[in-house]
Design a protein around this ligand. Structure first.
Ligand code: NDP
Length: 244
């Protein structure tokens, strides 16, 4: 998307791979100073090789103390993308407490923590800002073996609405994007099986999965001033899946 983020500082969480990595690179191309957070150092090394202006931060978001420490010196942030997530697929009757806790810790709790850190700074500076939380179509539709993942994304949608309500008066907008399947590492985990893929595509009016860039463009739109009156929305990027 054509947008200028010159002079803006952007924090992208889960920026090592997939949608988060592409978002970090796109923001940097559009002039933002990007801080990229993920837990695999090798991904950060290759990201900085690809774009030297990006500041890397390596931390496991399931560790509240380590996350607080890792982010304490990132400086002021104008734009936040909470994109990190894990999708531990288990049939409902086989859901285990460790996978449940890991999913809620990354997909929901870390969003609370990172957004608090960032929004406190935005409020104190009176600068406003924009936060985009990367949710999923799975927040609003039941998907087999996705019980915990669906629950985390439903929680994220409502968390985002309350954030929009409470942070709006400080000119901090909070929105979600809710993509359909994207063939990243995470997408391949659930949808590589041709039968499953075919069945999902048959429920998407456009008849295909989303491309990474299509999700990135929607994130950039919600971060940008072009969406200056949009707050508290869940934006499907799903070819019409949720409309049906
Ligand atoms: P990927 O698995 O490709 O990338 C996720 C990124 O988040 C990785 O860099 C990963 O690091 C990082 N991450 C995960 N857990 C942690 C953690 N504990 N601490 C720090 N970083 C972590 O996912 P996608 O790009 O596909 O997904 C991005 C977002 O889009 C997610 O919120 C996902 O739920 C959502 N989404 C994805 C869809 C899809 O089909 N792909 C569909 C709908 C929504 P590492 O690899 O080192 O674990």
């Amino acid at each position: 998307m054509e947008a200028s983020f010159a002079g803006k500082r952007a924090l992208v969480i889960g920026a090592g791979k997939g949608i988060g990595r592409a978002t970090a690179l796109a923001l940097a191309r559009c002039g933002a100073k990007v801080i990229a957070v993920t837990r695999t150092q090798a991904d950060l090394n290759s990201l900085v090789e690809e774009c030297a202006s990006i500041t890397p931060v390596c931390v496991d978001l399931t560790d509240w103390g380590a996350t607080e420490q890792a982010l304490q010196d990132v400086g002021p942030v104008d734009l936040l993308v909470n994109n990190a997530a894990c999708a531990n697929l288990q049939p409902f009757l086989e859901v285990t407490p460790d996978k449940f806790e890991q999913a809620f810790s990354v997909n929901v709790k870390a969003v609370v923590q990172v957004s608090q850190l960032v929004a406190r700074g935005m409020k104190a500076r009176g600068s406003g800002g924009s936060i985009v939380n990367v949710s999923s179509q799975a927040s609003q539709r039941a998907l087999r073996e996705h019980a915990v993942y669906c629950a985390t994304k439903a929680a994220l949608d409502m968390l985002s609405k309350v954030m929009a309500l409470e942070l709006g008066p400080h000119q901090i907008r909070v929105n979600t994007v809710n993509p359909t399947v994207v063939m990243t590492d995470m997408g391949r985990l659930g949808w590589s099986d041709p039968e499953k893929a075919k069945s999902m595509k048959s429920r998407i009016p456009l008849g295909r999965f989303a491309e990474v860039e299509e999700v990135v463009n929607s994130i950039l739109f919600l971060l940008s001033e072009k969406s200056s009156m949009i707050n508290g929305v869940t934006l499907p990027v799903d070819g019409g899946f949720l409309a049906c």
